[in-house]
Design a protein around this ligand. Structure first.
Ligand code: SF4
Length: 331
């Protein structure tokens, strides 16, 4: 861990101003990923801006019926909130499928969005890594890549985003609120994270000095039968090989609405929009679900060790939609 200074701002704007004045500074809240990175010199901030005491710790219903999650609400409080469990159950289930209770007690909404890939080469300084040090190479492409991306990757990086919560937020069309010295803005969740392209060191579209203040769940994304299906090597405390956040609304056997987002397959939570569009108006039957799953994975480009993820993701999509049609229930 390098030496750094420490400050405790009294407001979100003060924190954003502090960050703007020192680009090498970093925000810290729960610290559940950042402290790990500090300990192995992955991050070497000039100062830590401690935002943990800011007034961003409430869950509230807004005038238009949306649910607004303060950026510092812990993952545990989100997962235990009765409105979340009743109206956005895929989010509660996604959170409870990740990490451990102790980590969820510390981890925050904003921090969850900003956690970085768990690609082992990224954390091991004995290897080059384009995400850690641009233009040094990506050993995962020819190396151990069983857990890596099958969609949206580039010749510069094949890492996956590690979050479960963000997969549900992608399916729910969440909106990220940020503040900076220039003011505030709202970022649709699908535009928050980025694909690696030729800049894998950048995970998000945040601008310098921007601080996440809240994540809003639209009223329109309420769905009591939303599910989160996570497939992993161990039953707990393990990242997803493939995960699916899904919900489906039926009128008889006709599909009126559907949401599908995938985790463990790309550098960002992956919304399967083409598969969703295909399903609208179709009959809820095996052939439709199978074709939709094929569409969702038609752009897949698996690596040497993760071809299995393509079929796994297809089957997970079909299973998640079937469970949602039956009322939900997967954790
Ligand atoms: Fe680094 Fe990305 Fe390659 Fe992993 S996949 S070694 S994070 S560049």
């Amino acid at each position: 861990m390098n030496n750094f200074t420490y400050c405790l701002p009294k407001s979100a704007l003060e924190a954003a101003n502090q960050k703007m004045s020192d680009p090498a500074a970093q925000f810290i809240a729960g610290g559940t990923n950042l402290v790990d990175r500090l300990k192995v010199f992955l991050d070497k901030p000039s100062q830590l801006i401690d935002i943990s005491q800011l007034n961003l710790q409430t869950i509230e219903t807004t005038a238009d019926g949306s649910l607004r999650l303060g950026a510092l609400v812990t993952n545990t409080k989100v997962a235990e909130n009765q409105d979340i469990r009743r109206h956005y159950p895929m989010l509660a289930r996604a959170i409870l499928s990740g990490a451990s209770q102790q980590i969820r007690n510390m981890a925050t909404v904003g921090g969850n969005l900003l956690q970085r890939t768990r690609c082992p080469y990224y954390y091991d300084r004995a290897f080059p890594c384009n995400k850690r040090e641009p233009e040094t190479g990506c050993p995962a492409i020819e190396g151990m890549n069983r857990n890596h991306a099958i969609l949206g990757s580039s010749e510069h990086c094949v890492a996956v985003h590690p979050s479960d919560m963000c997969v549900a937020l992608a399916a729910l069309d969440a909106v990220v609120e940020v503040i900076s010295p220039q003011g505030t803005r709202q970022i649709p969740f699908s535009d928050f994270h980025r694909l690696p392209k030729n800049r894998p060191e950048k995970d998000t579209h945040l601008e310098p000095g921007e601080l996440i203040t809240a994540v809003t769940l639209p009223d329109s994304s309420k769905n009591p039968s939303g599910v989160y299906l996570k497939i992993r090597d161990r039953a707990s405390y393990s990242f997803a090989l493939v995960s699916v956040a899904a919900s489906i609304n039926l009128d008889g056997d006709k599909i009126e609405g559907v949401r599908v987002a995938l985790g463990g397959v790309a550098h960002k939570p992956w919304r399967a929009t083409e598969a969703e569009e295909f399903l609208i108006g179709k009959s809820f039957e095996e052939n439709s679900l199978t074709e939709a799953a094929d569409i969702a994975l038609q752009q897949a480009q698996p690596l040497s060790q993760n071809q299995f993820k393509v079929e796994l993701a297809k089957r997970a999509i079909i299973r998640a939609l079937k469970v949602s049609a039956q009322g939900g229930g997967i954790v």
